[in-house]
Ligand binder design. Structure first.
Ligand code: FNR
Length: 356
């Protein structure tokens, strides 16, 4: 009996197994819209057997894009391309989710494989926004959001969630990790505001929590809401595990169904002890101390490792990122490695390894 290949129930939604693909930007959109690249990329991961496929960071406002290649959901014309991805994933028995994001001060840079520096006006760059006018790394300083600017963030997330529902997604993940806008509000290192959105813990969590609660309100009751958090900035005086736990307790009462537990991304140069499964203990702590279901992510690359995480109660779900980019059939091969009958598509049955 494999725990990794047991279903996971979140509200009325059942994931067929405990393997997910985490959101990973493809920087291949045009004006925020899906291109052929996305269709083959998400389609092949669904064929590969991932139970949950989380579509990459999708910007809720144009200025919230990391690069010109980011997907967006600020416009109704962006729905249909995403609906095609939904259909591809569901046709293979997977569950389609989408991450909604705003990059804040980390916006307006090159695509992932281009220079990570602020785009010039000639390159189509734009002025970024953040809780405070503190630059990330060598990027251009952002504009501190005024009351009007803050007022636009929450409805943009809600409108994007409504469009995600129209596209057919079964779960939404709010991106509050990796140093993007909502994480910038959480961390005392990037949020030096003196109004009700900065200073105390209660003030720093105010906007992220309001966004999450508003999306929960707009998202159907029978479908789950996920939140991605960086459990620590890995820097003294920054956002840390204790604050994460306190926030998660509140998010539980707000109706969040699962925390996707990552770390880092707020400041450059943080000393991160990356190694196999290095972020799993943060997920386990949240699961144990709050009772919320969690996803573990980060250097989970091996079937036995993934099985042990779920079987040992360290996490409810594992997300396999770069390894599933290298090998879209990772979940099917993990099933074989664990002695579970793998659901290879009929079209590929004549290609199965001998003895399968
Ligand atoms: C990422 N990651 C990421 N995270 C996120 O929350 N939203 C995103 O859109 C992206 N984009 C992205 C693109 C690419 C190319 C990579 C490699 C990574 C982080 C990703 O979801 C995951 O947390 C990390 O890759 C760690 O997991 P692995 O790769 O060690 O399994």
């Amino acid at each position: 009996m494999s725990s990794l290949f047991s279903p996971l129930q979140l509200r009325d939604l059942q994931l067929p197994n405990r393997i997910g693909m985490p959101p990973m930007c493809q920087y291949s959109a045009i004006d925020g819209r899906v291109t052929d690249w996305h269709l083959q990329h998400y389609g092949s991961r669904a064929v590969g057997g991932a139970g949950l496929v989380i579509v990459e960071a999708t910007a809720v406002l144009p200025e919230g894009r990391i690069s010109h290649g980011d997907l967006g959901l600020w416009d109704d014309t962006q729905i249909e391309g995403l609906a095609r991805i939904v259909r591809l994933i569901e046709a293979q028995g997977g569950v389609p989710a989408i991450q909604l994001a705003h990059a804040g001060r980390k916006a307006s840079v090159g695509r992932g494989w281009e220079a990570q520096k602020t785009l010039t006006a000639a390159e189509g760059g734009w002025t970024t926004v953040a809780p405070s006018a503190i630059a990330f790394d060598g990027y251009a300083p952002p504009q501190a959001l005024d009351a009007n600017g803050i007022g636009q963030v929450l409805p943009a997330f809600v409108a994007a969630a409504r469009r995600a529902l129209q596209a057919g997604f079964k779960a939404v993940e709010i991106h509050a990790a990796h140093g993007y806008l909502l994480h910038q509000f959480l961390s005392p290192l990037s949020n030096l505001r003196t109004d009700e959105y900065g200073g105390s813990f209660a003030n720093r969590i105010r906007l992220p929590r309001a966004v999450i609660a508003a999306v929960r309100e707009a998202w159907p009751q029978h479908l789950p809401l996920l939140v991605r958090l960086s459990a620590t900035d890995w820097v003294d005086g920054g956002w840390d595990a204790e604050q994460t736990i306190d926030l998660c307790r509140l998010l539980k009462t707000d109706g969040v169904d699962l925390i996707d537990v990552s770390t880092g991304g707020l400041v450059p140069g943080a000393k991160i002890p990356a190694g196999p499964g290095f972020q799993v203990p943060f997920a386990t702590r949240i699961r144990t101390e709050t009772g919320l279901p969690v996803a573990a992510v980060g250097l989970i690359t091996d079937a036995a490792q993934a099985e042990a995480i779920v079987a040992g109660g360290e996490a409810d779900l594992v997300l396999v990122g770069r390894e599933i980019l290298r090998n879209p059939h990772w979940p099917l091969q993990a099933a074989q490695a664990l002695g579970v009958t793998a659901a290879w598509p009929a079209q590929y049955l004549r290609a199965l390894p001998p003895g399968t």
